[in-house]
Design a binder for this molecule. Structure first.
Ligand code: PGA
Ligand code: ZN
Length: 430
């Protein structure tokens, strides 16, 4: 028995930002330290990500978590008692083996991720360190460049526009504080423009404006306008970052842009994305082609990867061996890291480390269904990921993460180093 050995594992049903049930796990150690892990949930999910275990049926839209909670109580909790919470790798390997399925469908990715994160938090609490510091283990850390959504679309806004996330990256900022202030100005300016033109229909799942645009390019034009009307230069101060989430509107080499009423093949969508990158101040683009279109992604990244960050989200599903494959074939040059997409903290870290070895961009990311949990702000700092994607600049489940970054920056004091554009491909660094 050491101080950090697990003496209790509890789990309960809580509710996420879409009002759906999710799981909170709590792990208590011999020294009294307690850690909590909260499972987020995606809406535009990659087909190879860890599967949440949901009850199905008619209650709560089928999203119930009674079975997943029962699995924690019956199998996971008793098996973890006495194990050392500081051995995250050993614990996660054990959870993976206990589940025994490729996509974690038996015990559920939602159960595993909550328990894995709870152990991490408990270990940090036992070490009496903030999570970012515990994760850094003495290595240098950076405050990440935020990627912040202004307009929501795709699966997060009733498919009102095809592009899922129209975001900004304050590339001219020199600190988190400044980056957030610049973003606040752009978010405010965009809201004014939308209201004045009668284009505002509320906010989407991640807090970005739910827009009534007539075309995808009108969304891009309005975003540039908002940046400029906030007083910033879109080439050097506040640039654009997109998540196309192309798997949501295309497969088998056919893409259907609902808003533009166009159907394109892989080459056609690739050409359109390259055209947007040439005509708009885009520094980063995520899933520009569908998860089954590796050849299309390779062509796209070969054409523009030296200047624009090309992120694999649905394409890489936070999987280290997929990152290795992409490094070999050049399909993308950056990876989105979602702990619940992998299912455990250790697998997420492995994907991060593979990406860092190959010089890929690394972006720690929230899900569209979130909670008040701020762990990802700590992961981004402690893992030196250099970029963080949380959603928009509204709704408390988003703001909680941005506000946590403000606190971490302050706690680091004179040692605080803002990543700025260091995580982006060199050709686009300001
Ligand atoms: P999701 O989307 O959380 O709904 O899967 C986020 C993303 O695609 O980045
Ligand atoms: Zn995405």
């Amino acid at each position: 028995m050491t101080d950090s050995s697990i003496r209790a594992v509890r789990a309960r049903r809580i509710w996420d930002s879409r009002g759906r049930p999710t799981i909170e796990a709590e792990i208590e150690l011999a020294d009294g330290s307690v850690g909590r892990g909260l499972a987020p949930a995606g809406a535009s999910r990659g087909s190879r990500e860890a599967l949440d275990l949901r009850d199905g049926g008619t209650l709560l839209g089928g999203f119930g978590v009674a079975q997943a909670l029962a699995g924690i109580a019956r199998e996971i909790a008793p098996a973890l008692l006495g194990r050392d919470a500081r051995d995250q790798a050993g614990l996660d390997a054990f959870l993976i083996e206990l589940d025994g399925t490729v996509l974690k469908s038996r015990l559920g990715g939602n159960a595993l991720v909550a328990v894995s994160l709870a152990a991490l938090h408990a270990a940090a609490a036992s070490a009496r360190q903030p999570l970012w510091q515990y994760l850094a283990a003495g290595n240098p850390v950076t405050l990440p460049m935020p990627e912040i959504q202004i307009f929501g679309g795709g699966a997060h806004a009733g498919r009102r526009i095809d592009i899922q996330d129209l975001m900004v990256m304050p590339i001219g900022a020199t600190s988190v504080n400044e980056a957030l202030e610049m973003t606040a100005e752009v978010y405010l300016a965009a809201g004014k423009i939308m209201t004045a033109r009668g284009l505002l229909q509320g906010v989407a799942d991640e807090g970005g404006y739910w827009p009534a645009f007539d075309s995808n390019e009108q969304a891009l034009d309005t975003l540039v306008e908002a940046i400029e009307s906030a007083g910033y230069d879109p080439r050097t101060q506040v640039a654009i970052s997109l998540d196309i989430a192309a798997s949501e509107f295309g497969a088998d080499g056919r893409y259907r842009l609902g808003l533009d009423k166009r159907e394109l093949d892989s080459d056609g969508l690739c050409a359109l994305m390259l055209d947007w990158c040439a005509r708009y101040p885009i520094v980063s683009i995520e899933d520009p082609l569908a998860e089954d279109d590796g050849a299309g992604l390779q062509k796209f990244t070969a054409a523009i990867g030296d200047r624009v960050q090309v992120i694999g989200d649905d394409y890489l599903v936070t999987n280290a061996s997929k990152v290795e494959q992409a490094a070999a074939d050049g399909a993308v040059n950056a990876v989105l890291l979602k702990v619940n997409q992998a299912g455990t903290v250790s697998e997420t870290r492995a994907a991060l480390e593979a990406a860092q070895r190959h010089g890929f961009g690394t972006i720690v990311s929230a899900r569209s269904g979130e909670t008040e949990d701020v762990a990802i702000a700590h992961l981004a700092v402690g893992w030196n990921a250099k970029q963080l994607k949380v959603g928009s600049f509204a709704r408390s489940e988003r703001m909680a993460k941005w506000n946590e970054l403000v606190r971490i920056e302050e706690a680091l004091g004179p040692q605080a180093r803002f990543a700025g554009t260091a995580g982006l491909p060199k050709g686009k660094r300001s």
